[in-house]
Design a protein around this ligand. Structure first.
Ligand code: LLP
Length: 432
């Protein structure tokens, strides 16, 4: 059950701040993050590793939500950082994030991105394919430098999640396949290049996982191959990166596992498998994104128009929608929401919450019970901290909303709202 904090006036609280005040001071739509929640998630992952006593890194997957303040927060919490583009790397550089704690993922890193990352001196490339291995070797040569790498292995195991975000199965654009000898060839090739240090292996099963058994299965599968690679190539992994994907609660029906449960399963399986193979216990890395920031974010919207179709649906439109949260339209993702500006009253009716984009599919929630909603009411949609702002667009030339961090009694703008001038910044008038 999701219980949200309210003050004596019955207004929703984010940290110790009244959501109505936030909406008045900034604007709607806006993203408000409760920084205490981000910190506590980061600490839960770290604590779980400390308790099982193993060398580890928790790398925040910044694709879930990246901005300079967020990267600074990740640093304060002692996290490493997973980036997947030159843009995410640039953000990390602007935030003064220590480059040796940056890992670079992605299935089509460009030569330019590889060069930028080598120049920046990042800690590790998670190499996805042979093309990247060649680019990396060439660029190491050009820059007279070396690179630490993990190889991304596709263990051929599906997480039970939406197919768009399931990444570990046999038919995947990511990684070196185990079943057809690609992974072994990649190990051999990496070991043969003197400018490349093969530190270990990486896999990522999928996102929004609610069970640990897929992780155990993936690790067991991987180790059956690692055994052979030791015999054939003398390879001993110093790092196993088990990826991210740890599920969170979007609605009261989601019952996510604690960070501890995932970490314990991963570490336990890796210890058991390396013991069975008489291999030293490697460092264990993970790269959670959603589970660090997802539940910490709330989107505040103002309710505008309504349209009731008797016996069919009662539409309530808000001042944002798919441009700040594409997940319902793209994945059929479900969210919960409440009126933030009202004393909690008995829900009166089921509403369909529509976005403002010119697209019938721009719906945020299809069946939300609420007290009678009026134009001007403030609607808070919960658990929007991951892949909300990060996937926002300017469709319909809607400016992107501001992002505000709240911590206890303080709040601060961390991403400015876009304005109309921002929308035409890159436009050039016709002159031919
Ligand atoms: N590591 C790798 C290699 C990944 O591909 C991903 C996510 C993560 C870590 C972080 O996963 P997380 O802990 O955040 O679940 N836009 C989709 C999610 C795409 C996830 C892509 N990869 C969504 O809104 O659900």
């Amino acid at each position: 059950v999701m219980t949200k904090k309210r003050n004596e006036q019955g207004h929703l609280m984010i940290g110790n701040i009244d959501a109505v005040h936030l909406a008045e001071q900034y604007q709607t739509p806006m993203f408000a993050y409760d920084v205490a929640t981000i910190r506590s998630k980061a600490r839960a992952f770290k604590r779980a590793f400390e308790q099982v006593g193993i060398d580890y890194q928790v790398a925040y997957a910044s694709k879930a939500f990246s901005c300079i303040a967020m990267i600074q927060l990740a640093y304060e919490e002692g996290l490493s950082l997973d980036v997947v583009s030159g843009g995410e790397l640039y953000t990390a550089i602007q935030a003064d994030f220590p480059m040796e704690k940056v890992h670079f993922n992605g299935n089509n890193k460009s030569r330019r991105e590889i060069r930028e990352a080598l120049r920046a001196g990042i800690g590790c490339f998670v190499v996805d394919n042979f093309h990247e291995l060649e680019l990396l070797e060439e660029e190491c040569g050009n820059l007279q430098t070396q690179a630490n790498i993990l190889l991304r292995i596709t263990p051929g195991i599906e997480g039970t999640t939406h197919s768009y975000i399931s990444t570990g199965g046999e038919d995947s654009k990511f990684g070196f396949d185990l079943f057809n000898g690609q992974a072994e060839a990649a190990v051999a090739q990496s070991l043969a290049v003197s400018s490349i240090q093969l530190q270990g292996l990486h896999f990522h099963i999928g996102s929004q996982l609610f069970e640990t058994s897929v992780l155990t299965k993936a690790i067991a599968t991987l180790y059956r191959h690692i055994e052979h690679w030791r015999t054939l190539h003398g390879f001993i992994p110093g790092v196993i990166n088990a990826g991210g994907g740890f599920g969170i609660s979007y609605t009261r029906y989601d019952e996510p596992l604690e960070p501890k449960a995932f970490v314990e399963t991963i570490v336990h399986s890796i210890r058991e498998e390396s013991g069975r193979c008489h291999l030293p216990i490697p460092e264990v890395w993970i790269e959670p994104g959603r589970s660090i920031v997802g539940e910490a974010g709330t989107t505040l919207y103002t309710i505008g128009s309504q349209k009731e179709i008797e016996h069919v649906r009662h539409y309530v439109s808000v001042d944002g929608g798919m441009t700040d949260n594409i997940r319902p339209a793209l994945y059929g993702a479900r969210y919960e929401a409440e009126l933030a500006n009202r004393v909690t009253q008995r829900d009166e009716k089921t509403y369909a919450i529509a976005g403002k984009a010119c697209e019938s599919g721009d719906m945020l929630i299809y069946d939300l019970p609420l007290p009678a909603a009026k134009s001007g009411d403030l609607l808070a949609v919960f658990s929007t901290g991951a892949y909300g702002y990060a996937m926002a667009s300017n469709y319909n030339r809607l400016p992107r909303p501001p992002v505000v961090f709240v911590e206890n009694d303080e709040h601060q703008l961390v991403v400015e709202p876009e304005n109309y001038a921002d929308l035409v910044r890159n436009d050039r008038p016709l002159n031919m």
